[in-house]
Ligand binder design. Structure first.
Ligand code: CTP
Ligand code: CA
Length: 229
């Protein structure tokens, strides 16, 4: 979409979007990571900037993406760095979007030196839980601040993608949750996404298969309604 074709309906809003996949260091040269490309978060940031918002993009590792024009870029490597950056920007932002793939666990100990190979099998890597940044942002939310989460889900015999999404929305307590159906031609690494946009008020909007920018347009429309006085 050409930016001059979009409404400037987010003017006056400061939005913060996290994107990409965190990397949890194991030693100076190794990490635990994930397959997030960062494309969805970057598309959200680009569309918000085109619609007139002030945008802070808190970016973990991506597939070599370039920050969209007019967006303030804050780099974050690990989940803990992303957590600190999001809490900082949350002091001023009107809208917080957690599109990043945050590692649930990190190695317990970070050795200062490269782990060396020996002629024996290695010790198992002990992991510990990371903080749930989205839940923390909801907990510390300022009046009127809108908090948005993402969920990439797969269904199974007993529970559908949508059911998992509904449960996650309740558990996280955010205002909006974008639920992506994994393996449905969407989510990780691809150009496209499909799924649902679930609201805390019970509204459920099906997001047809489309580009990550189209999903962004749908999300910002919903956010716009929530921040209206
Ligand atoms: N999230 C977060 N901090 C974490 C883990 C996840 O802020 N430590 C955010 C993600 O950015 C996303 C939302 O929480 O917006 C849902 O992430 P997801 O991984 O789907 O949910 P989890 O609660 O981690 O549950 P699970 O991985 O077991 O499905
Ligand atoms: Ca997780």
């Amino acid at each position: 979409a050409r930016s001059d074709a979009l409404p400037r309906d987010l003017e006056g809003l400061h939005v913060a979007v996290s994107a990409g996949g965190t990397r949890e260091p194991l030693d100076p040269v190794r990490f635990l990571g994930n397959r997030s490309s960062g494309r969805q978060g970057y598309a959200l940031a680009r569309v918000a900037a085109q619609r007139g918002a002030r945008v802070t993009l808190v970016s973990a590792h991506t597939a070599d993406l370039v920050a969209p024009a007019g967006v303030e870029l804050v780099g974050a490597g690990s989940a803990e760095e992303l957590r600190v950056a999001m809490h900082e920007v949350a002091k001023t932002a009107d809208v917080l979007v957690m599109a990043a793939a945050v590692a649930d666990f990190r190695p317990v100990s970070l050795t200062g030196h490269k782990i060396k190979k020996t002629d024996r099998d290695p010790e198992p890597v002990a992991l510990t839980r990371n903080a749930d940044i989205l839940a923390e942002l909801v907990e510390h939310r300022r009046p009127g601040q809108v908090v948005v989460g993402f969920a990439a889900e797969t269904g199974d015999e007993g529970t559908s993608v949508l059911d998992y999404g509904r449960a996650k929305l309740k558990r996280k307590g955010c205002d909006l949750l974008v639920v992506n159906a994994v393996g449905d031609g969407g989510a990780f690494e691809g150009e496209d996404n499909a799924g649902w946009l679930l609201s805390a008020d019970g509204t459920e909007v099906r997001i047809a298969h489309g580009s990550k920018a189209q999903l962004g347009a749908t999300l910002w429309d919903a956010v716009r309604v929530l921040v209206e006085p």
